[in-house]
Write a protein that binds this ligand. Structure first.
Ligand code: HEC
Length: 116
């Protein structure tokens, strides 16, 4: 009987741990890689060189504008001369990527903190 209780307790503990790890939000770097950003943008010296190096983002973007850009980069870039200059320089303009709103928020916070 004691064994059964111990096994049941282990089961419950495992379930709780699993649930916690599933519901914990992913960190910014993971979202960046999983969203395909590193295909073009360099990350810690690794990854693509198909895009401008991310730097000085806090002086270029507010969280609101960066979020708007990430929702539809081609549409946003249309009216932005700085981004247009980049587009001339790199092989493909930044595409629209499928990211959930929650993950986009994580990404915005990460980018502004990681590349101030
Ligand atoms: C196909 C290559 C490609 C992919 C994939 C890509 N980008 Fe870009 N990114 C670019 C290019 C090219 C630009 C230059 C501006 C433009 O194209 O609109 C850019 C511009 C940016 C800028 C603005 C840089 C500045 O100096 O203001 C940010 C921020 C950015 N990308 C973040 C991301 C994030 C986050 C992802 C993933 C969700 C991503 N990019 C995926 C190519 C890419």
């Amino acid at each position: 009987m004691k064994h059964l209780i111990a096994i049941a307790m282990c089961g419950i503990l495992c379930a709780v741990i699993l649930l916690m790890s599933c519901s914990a939000p992913p960190d910014g770097k993971t979202v960046f890689i999983e969203s395909g950003c590193a295909r073009c943008h360099e990350i810690n010296g690794a990854g693509g060189s198909q895009a401008p190096r991310l730097q000085g983002l806090q002086s270029k973007w507010t969280p609101e504008l960066l979020e708007k850009f990430l929702i539809d980069p081609p549409a946003y870039a249309k009216g932005n001369t700085r981004l247009q200059a980049y587009i001339k320089k790199y092989p493909t303009p930044m595409p629209k990527l499928e990211i959930t709103p929650a993950r986009r928020k994580i990404l915005v916070q990460y980018l502004l903190r990681r590349y101030p």
